[in-house]
Design a protein around this ligand. Structure first.
Ligand SMILES: *[C@@H]1O[C@H](CO)[C@@H](O)[C@H](O)[C@H]1NC(C)=O
Ligand SMILES: *[C@@H]1O[C@H](CO)[C@@H](O)[C@H](O)[C@H]1NC(C)=O
Ligand SMILES: *[C@@H]1O[C@H](CO)[C@@H](O)[C@H](O)[C@H]1NC(C)=O
Ligand SMILES: *[C@@H]1O[C@H](CO)[C@@H](O)[C@H](O)[C@H]1NC(C)=O
Ligand SMILES: *[C@@H]1O[C@H](CO)[C@@H](O)[C@H](O)[C@H]1NC(C)=O
Ligand SMILES: *[C@@H]1O[C@H](CO)[C@@H](O)[C@H](O)[C@H]1NC(C)=O
Ligand SMILES: *[C@@H]1O[C@H](CO)[C@@H](O)[C@H](O)[C@H]1NC(C)=O
Length: 471
């Protein structure tokens, strides 16, 4: 038995209590499948779609600062996509042809856009080529719309800087309640798609950077298994943990993006092992609203559903548990995760951050002064905690997934992902099935209304499914 270097995570958003009024969201909230249909039927062009998003950006971006740069060539790219579509069948394997996508600013593009991870230190640097995922997006016919705001240097500039802040982008805000934490580091990717400034986005995750902003901004994020998507051309934090993944309105949209970006890239050898787990025909085929039937879902109430003061975090989740049950899932309730307190203690968390940190980072600017032998010993200890904790929990209970209400759990995953013992990728289909079926059963996402503040503790919760990858 071995544990994967990157447990796979997926969020299904379930937002509450946000009233929408006065907007026609039909285009804004349209799914990729709906957009594709309209494009195909000539009731919409990519140019019109891009012009629509440009007007959204003009109106909304100054309020929430989700986007750092818009691609000056975006209309040209849209015209090119429209011409390709008119001149015959387009790349049949792609659901993203003519669809605008926003990239986290740590993902390199060799075009007029800068790639800076939000930092003035990297402004003006010239990248040697597009990132591996960008090459795949362009081949799929996607339109690179621009660069999303992020916590500067994916939050490794400073551990105390607020989430979503960068020198270049300023403070990105949560479009649901602007005074609330927008989370990071993929802040702008999540907030921009949440507020309908773009169709789909990419984020990256080292520890929580896709999952957490997706959760608090009520969108769907997939953190793929390590190596399923190429990290080449992504400003690195940790090659043992970094992954690139979609942040979108719906599970279906996220599956379209995942289909476009997964696969072998000669510039990232981790994609070799992982690419054999990509299902022939892609991920879309796993979107079946009946797939909750028989799935064993673990619930660790004591640790993930309770505030430190003991009060229950999400009473609303009782409804979701019922929905899951009603749709055939088998809830394995009241589980306990061993050693969890050690993992969340200050020391462990710091170690997790340190192990995730680059010695070889950006401009060599960060020096962590590690005592390497101590580090190795502590990391071995962490690995042990993971194997005796989450691995044991999931094997003994024969779980398909663990579900949690927010991103608290990502530390467990980040630490567990540290050691490269094996890369059993290819379990994404099971998680996508669970998430899609839950989403279809609840249909709960609502667009944001840019509340300045709110007395409610939180308007949004997520169902986070964790699939533990064991071979
Ligand atoms: C919203 O826009 C769509 C597409 O233009 C249109 O068909 C629909 O009638 C509009 N709905 C409202 C409520 O204005
Ligand atoms: C890239 O950065 C340069 C230097 O600040 C700036 O002039 C240019 O407008 C930026 N590119 C885009 C697409 O914003
Ligand atoms: C079609 O998409 C595939 C997969 O992304 C890619 O390998 C191929 O180069 C694309 N074909 C064209 C003509 O762009
Ligand atoms: C991938 O592995 C091969 C064989 O070990 C090696 O020659 C090559 O340099 C590696 N590529 C990268 C990008 O690390
Ligand atoms: C416990 O903490 C939560 C979050 O801070 C708060 O909303 C709740 O009111 C607290 N409950 C009690 C009983 O103090
Ligand atoms: C972390 O350490 C600080 C300072 O020692 C302490 O105030 C805080 O309560 C600790 N937090 C946790 C979660 O243990
Ligand atoms: C590193 O840690 C080990 C084990 O705690 C200790 O024996 C050693 O003296 C430390 N080395 C330095 C340079 O601090």
């Amino acid at each position: 038995m071995a544990i994967s270097p990157a447990l796979l995570l997926l969020i299904v958003s379930c937002s509450f209590a946000v009233n929408v009024s006065g907007y026609n969201f039909s285009l804004a909230e349209a799914t990729v499948a709906e957009l594709q249909q309209a494009l195909k039927q000539n009731t919409l062009t990519s140019r019109q779609l891009v012009e629509y998003y440009l007007s959204q950006i003009l109106e909304i971006n100054p309020r929430i600062r989700g986007i750092i740069e818009v691609n000056p060539d975006v209309l040209t790219l849209a015209d090119k996509a429209d011409m390709e579509r008119l001149s015959g069948p387009t790349n049949a394997s792609s659901g993203l042809h003519g669809i605008p996508i926003l990239l986290k600013d740590n993902i390199a593009t060799m075009d007029k856009l800068n790639t800076t991870a939000g930092s003035f230190a990297l402004l003006g640097s010239v990248v040697p080529r597009d990132a591996g995922v960008v090459t795949k997006l362009r081949a799929a016919g996607a339109i690179i719309m621009g660069k999303a705001a992020l916590s500067e240097l994916a939050h490794y500039r400073s551990f105390t800087a607020p989430s979503g802040w960068s020198g270049r982008g300023g403070q990105a805000l949560n479009p649901y309640v602007m005074s609330e934490d927008p989370c990071g580091s993929g802040t702008g990717s999540a907030t921009s798609v949440a507020s309908n400034m773009v169709a789909v986005t990419l984020g990256t995750e080292t520890d929580g950077s896709i999952i957490c902003p997706s959760s608090v901004n009520s969108v769907v994020g997939i953190k793929p298994t390590l190596g399923l998507t190429s990290r080449a051309g992504v400003v690195p934090i940790s090659l043992r943990q970094d992954t690139v993944g979609p942040i979108c309105h719906t599970v279906l949209d996220a599956a379209y993006v995942l289909d476009a970006i997964v696969g072998y890239d000669p510039n990232d050898n981790a994609t070799i092992a992982a690419s054999k787990f990509i299902p022939p025909g892609g991920y879309i085929q796993f979107l079946n609203a009946n797939e909750l039937q028989g799935k064993r879902l673990g619930i660790v109430r004591d640790q993930f559903f309770v505030f430190p003061n003991g009060s229950y975090k999400a009473q609303a989740f009782e409804n979701h548990f019922q929905t899951l049950s009603k749709n055939g899932a088998i809830l394995v309730d009241n589980l306990a995760l061993a050693n969890i307190n050690m993992i969340y203690s200050n020391e462990s968390e710091t170690i997790a951050l340190l192990t995730a940190s680059p010695i070889r980072t950006l401009a060599g600017g960060i020096s962590f002064n590690l005592n390497y032998s101590t580090l190795v010993a502590v990391v071995a200890n962490m690995q042990n905690l993971i194997e005796n904790g989450i691995v044991k929990l999931m094997t003994q209970n024969n779980l398909d997934a663990l579900i949690t209400p927010d991103a608290t759990v990502t530390v467990v995953l980040a630490i567990g992902g540290f050691q490269g013992i094996s890369v059993p990728a290819g379990y994404e289909p099971r998680l996508i099935e669970i998430a899609y079926a839950f989403e279809q059963a609840t249909k709960i996402r609502k667009p944001p209304t840019f509340l300045v503040s709110s007395n409610l503790f939180s308007l949004r919760f997520s169902l986070i499914c964790i699939l533990e990858l064991i071979i």
